[in-house]
Each structure stands twice: as structure tokens, then as C-alpha cells.
Ligand binder design. Structure first.
Ligand code: SF4
Length: 425
């Protein structure tokens, strides 16, 4: 073979190689296309057959979709259903929600946690009344402008209620897409979410945005579950790359969130006496910050080592309200985790006492007891003391529990107390 022949052969090999690559790339593109079409088609067939009958799915009312989506964030469907039904019964329209006292809205949310969501929901309802005549807007920029509405909720409202091909990417969707397309990017990173948001409109079949997004969430909730995906009964198993590669349990990749910061707190359950017998003292939290505007037992940060010092600090709170009380004794300990804090709440119990009795107790040197207060007055027949600003104190009975909103931690403590189940430690 001449040098010229070698040269020509090299050219032919390179040409053949390039052609093979082109064919392979084309096949991969066709396969990817097929796997996307297959995914959307099979997912919708499955959803049409097996979707759950949920109260907010019975009408395509944007208000119902909106409320349900806010409630469903971080909460299971089974838990949300009774809350949703009660909420809609109490506030049947956006206008009803906008015009209700905030206390009522938070009360209807009691037990769901993340109470700023309830307050934002009401603030957004007020925006809708003011700017859109009480009707949920259907324009993207108007939905995004509502208080407490982020990309996920906006996408859910626009797609589910108005059938717009908008992405609504929640944890379920991130998990399903990571597994199906074998995406190994960290789903805790915003760029991964943005990448998936860009994928969704390509997957939505013409005119089926509402069903498609719900189907995707439903698959994540029922079949492609976090710990044990049910691949054998999954409608899209055939082309699922995560399953084919045996990686379904490793995906999605997610870096761990920071552990909540532990915090010790000391609370007092002060029982009323005389005309306040049968009531306990509670206070309302400030209107901003953690658990804003909700009711609770008075409590202070606790150092953990010297309970006497912490109890004295707690006593100062009561003194400032002109109260005197019997010696405090340990009642119970309760725990609660917020997204960034873990509270261990030690609860002491004491009874309101006339000043002279409290003085006697003070002199007897009983532990955890604080000084007798200066004379001061409690306002109102129910002994409501208002400290000014947005702090409010009340003596409440068991019946009052249904009218004011408590975070779960205090709800549990007070329910135990009023039902007589609580035990002294
Ligand atoms: S086959 Fe398995 S991993 Fe893939 S989407 Fe279905 S349940 Fe999830």
C-alpha cells in the first residue's frame, strides 16, 4: 500500500467514525425523545385511571387549589383533608378570607404549623380583593406578586386551575424526575430545581398541563415514594433509567439540611385562683417573628444547669404582671422541632396565690420560688393584662381553647392539663 493509499484510508476511517457518531447521537436523541413521550403518555393514562378523589380536585376553583397547595407544603394529604374542609366551610370565598379577623384564620390553621403561611394567605386574599375584585388572577406576573406565593405555588395555581403549561416542582417531582432521567445533580441546589423547571414544559402534552402536573405529584406521592419506590407497579418503569441502572434508591441526590439548633426553655403553667379558678395564664406572642401572634404559656430561655435561676427569671415575668404564686414544681417536659430550632420545654406548675400566702412560701425557702410582686393591676373581668405593644396576657378556661390559636407544643400541654391527663414530674 502506497503512502497515498494510507492517507486515503485514514480519511475513510475518520469519515466512518464521524458518521457512526452522528448516527449514535441521533439514536440517543430519538431514544430520549421516545422516553419523554412515553413518560408523559403513560403517566397520564395511569393518572386518569387512578387519581385520588380529593376535595380540592372536585372543582377547578383556583381558590381551593391555592389553599390546598399552601396546606400541603410539608404536610400529608390525609392530614390536610379535614383542615381544608373546615377552612373552606369557614371561608368559602377569597373575600370571606380577606375580611375575617386574623385570629380566626390562624385558629383554623392551628395544628398545621408554619403559621406565617396562614397569615400570608390572608394578606394575599386582601391583595386579590383590592386589585382583582376578589377573583384569583390568571396572569403569571399577578399570581407571582401575591404574598407568600413562590414559584411552586404560582406554577400549581397556573397549571392546575388555569391549565397553563407552567412547571410546579415540589419534592415529589424532583424525586421522580431525578430517578426517571437518572439525574445526579443535588436537588437541594436551586440550579437543579431551575433545570427541572425548564424540563417540565417540554414534557407537558398539549392541553393537559393541569392533569400532567397533578399526575407527576401523584406518582411521587403514591408510587415513586422516598424510601421504597414501587417500581414493579410503576406506569413508567419500562424507560426509567434510575430503575434500569438499579439506582432508584440512591436518587435523588440531596445534601442534608443543617440540624435544628437545640434550645432549652422553661415555661410556667399558672393556675388561677378565686374568681380565676379553673383558668390558666397565657400570653400572645408578638406580631412578628417565630409563631407570630399565637398564644402560649409564659416561658424563658433556660441555661439548663441552674433551674432555680431560670425559674427566678420566669418569676420576674409574672411579677411584672403584678402576680403572686405558690411554689413552682416540675409538671412535664415537651419537645418541638421547628425548621431551624428544636425546643425542649420544661414546664413548671404553680397556683396564683394571694400576696400574703406567696410571701409565706417565699420565706419557707421552697425551691423555684420567686419574690412577691409589687402591687399592680390586671385589667378586665377575665384578668386580661395588656403589656402595651402587641403583647397580651389572658386567663383562659378550657372553653376558651377553641377560640384562640396555640402552636402544637402548647396545645398539647394545655389539652393534657385541662383533660387531667398531665402528670407532675
Ligand atoms: S420505575 Fe421506580 S424509580 Fe422509576 S419512576 Fe417508577 S417508581 Fe420511580
Amino acid at each position: 500500500m502506497t503512502a497515498e493509499d494510507h492517507k486515503n484510508e485514514g480519511k475513510i476511517d475518520r469519515g466512518r467514525y464521524a458518521e457512526e457518531r452522528r448516527v449514535q447521537e441521533k439514536m440517543a436523541a430519538v431514544e430520549a425523545e421516545d422516553s419523554k413521550t412515553y413518560f408523559s403518555r403513560e403517566l397520564l393514562i395511569w393518572y386518569d385511571r387512578s387519581k385520588r378523589d380529593l376535595p380540592w380536585r372536585r372543582h377547578r376553583d383556583p381558590y381551593f387549589i391555592w389553599v390546598s397547595e399552601i396546606m400541603l407544603q410539608q404536610t400529608r394529604v390525609d392530614t390536610v383533608i379535614p383542615y381544608f374542609n373546615r377552612f373552606i366551610e369557614r371561608f368559602p370565598t377569597i373575600r370571606d378570607l380577606a375580611e375575617a379577623p386574623q385570629e380566626d384564620v390562624v385558629k383554623m390553621w392551628e395544628g398545621l404549623g408554619y403559621y406565617s403561611r396562614a397569615r400570608n394567605l390572608q394578606a394575599a386574599a386582601q391583595q386579590i380583593v383590592e386589585l382583582h375584585g376578589g377573583q384569583m388572577p390568571s396572569e403569571r406576573e399577578h399570581v407571582f406578586a401575591l404574598k407568600g406565593v413562590g414559584p411552586y405555588t404560582a406554577g400549581a395555581i397556573l397549571s392546575i386551575a388555569f391549565n397553563r403549561p407552567e412547571p410546579a416542582v415540589d419534592g415529589n417531582v424532583l424525586r421522580v424526575l431525578s430517578r426517571y432521567f437518572l439525574i445526579e445533580d443535588d436537588i437541594a441546589k436551586p440550579k437543579t430545581r431551575i433545570m427541572m423547571e425548564k424540563m417540565i414544559p417540554e414534557l407537558i402534552p398539549e392541553g393537559r398541563a393541569s392533569d400532567f402536573n397533578q399526575a407527576l405529584m401523584e406518582l411521587g406521592a403514591l408510587i415513586c415514594t422516598p424510601k421504597s419506590p414501587h417500581c414493579l407497579i410503576c406506569p413508567v418503569m419500562e424507560h426509567c433509567r434510575g430503575r434500569i441502572e438499579g439506582r432508584e434508591r440512591d436518587l435523588p441526590v440531596k445534601t442534608k439540611a443543617k440540624k435544628p439548633r437545640p434550645e432549652q426553655r422553661l415555661a410556667v403553667l399558672l393556675e388561677g385562683s378565686g374568681e380565676r379558678a379553673g383558668r390558666v395564664l397565657v400570653r400572645r406572642r408578638p406580631n412578628t417573628g417565630l409563631l407570630a401572634g399565637m398564644w402560649e404559656l409564659p416561658h424563658v430561655a433556660a441555661g439548663g444547669e441552674d433551674l432555680g435561676l431560670d425559674a427566678a427569671q420566669l418569676g420576674e415575668l409574672l411579677e411584672d404582671r403584678g402576680l403572686s404564686w405558690s411554689p413552682m414544681s416540675p409538671y412535664m417536659t415537651a419537645e418541638h422541632t421547628f425548621s431551624h430550632i428544636h425546643w425542649t420545654m420544661r414546664v413548671l406548675i404553680a397556683r396564683e396565690e394571694p400576696e400574703a400566702l406567696a410571701q409565706l412560701a417565699a420565706e419557707s425557702g421552697v425551691p423555684y420560688e420567686a419574690a412577691v410582686p409589687e402591687a399592680a393591676e390586671l385589667d378586665g373581668a377575665e384578668g386580661i393584662a395588656n403589656d402595651g405593644a402587641d403583647e397580651e396576657w389572658r386567663w383562659i378556661s378550657r372553653e376558651d381553647m377553641s377560640a384562640i390559636a396555640f402552636p402544637n407544643l402548647f396545645l398539647n400541654i394545655l389539652n393534657k392539663y385541662f383533660s387531667g391527663e398531665g402528670e407532675q414530674e
